[in-house]
Ligand binder design. Sequence first.
Ligand code: NAD
Length: 339
Amino acid sequence: MKIIVTGGAGFIGGNFVHYMLEKHPEDFIICLDKLTYAGNMETLADVMDNKNFKFVKADIADRDAVYALFEEEKPDVVVNFAAESHVDRSIDNPGIFLQTNVIGTGVLLDACRKYGIKRYHQVSTDEVYGDLPLDRPDLFFTEETPIHTSSPYSASKASADLLVMAYHRTFGIPTTISRCSNNYGPYHFPEKLIPLMIANVLNDKPVPVYGKGENVRDWLYVEDHCSAIDLIIRNGKVGEVYNIGGHNERTNLQVVKTVLAELGKGEEMITYVTDRPGHDRRYAIDPTKMHNELGWLPQTKFDDGIKKTVKWYLEHRDWWEHIISGDYQNYYQNMYGDR
Ligand code: NAD
């Protein structure tokens, strides 16, 4: 199969590119990425010379560029990871979230319609379901839970999901959607909770925690997310939504304490900061459908995943230090010029 992976220079897309090249050497992967601040070519450095891989620098919202790529490559599958993904940034500047997450998804779907596709897969988020109260641990998001968004980020992702469903129903595009809980693991941009903490601790800086750190998230090791998407694009039913989660709920404070312990530090590193406006209280995914229909189960326990993640950041200090210093933004030009 020829697979376009959009957003493959980002966190999950980058892990997915590595996962697919390793697991399916019979497939050909084309990464389409605009290289925003969140896209990092150092994440893809070790696959640039792989004969089954090609990188294309382009914006998913650039219709001409996307059509030209489809015309040239005639892909079998598109997996759309490309997005503006940071909730805090969507509160500061919602416009770019609409442009990439909604318009960009629309352009990709139009390209599928014009050139044909065997599968279009939209990588979505559990945040489209809104949040759950902290005092109802019996409640979970299922695929039938109504969309009820809180932030401009989640509203833009939900809008994209609705477009995907509409293109399936109206134009018969063979689509699937997955909605996953919070990921953690290698190549995670150090503005997000876990890598931010690790980088701060290693630089002897305090670790910021929103409010009292009581918000609950369901955490999944990124490789488990990749294996779930791989299964969905091969065996998932067209037109369906699949929830992906680890049944692994932790308060933010628990996560912070686990990472601090792994780094041999204590709570004195924590500094509590003013809570994010509209901060969702609890996300909790019911992944029963993934298990029953596709036989998927997460393989990595949280404590093991955190150990692996901390080890990766310790061993790849250059990778995240280049992000903090901003050097990664010159890397593409220095290494690949106009390619
Ligand atoms: P990320 O911010 O690390 O990476 C996003 C990538 O998309 C970057 O490489 C960036 O350069 C690229 N990109 C942004 N705008 C683009 C555009 N207009 N055209 C082409 N490329 C563009 O994001 P992530 O955390 O890896 O998330 C990937 C996807 O998974 C997103 O769609 C996100 O909504 C979803 N998701 C993330 C999580 C999580 O925990 N991180 C959980 C559930 C779902």
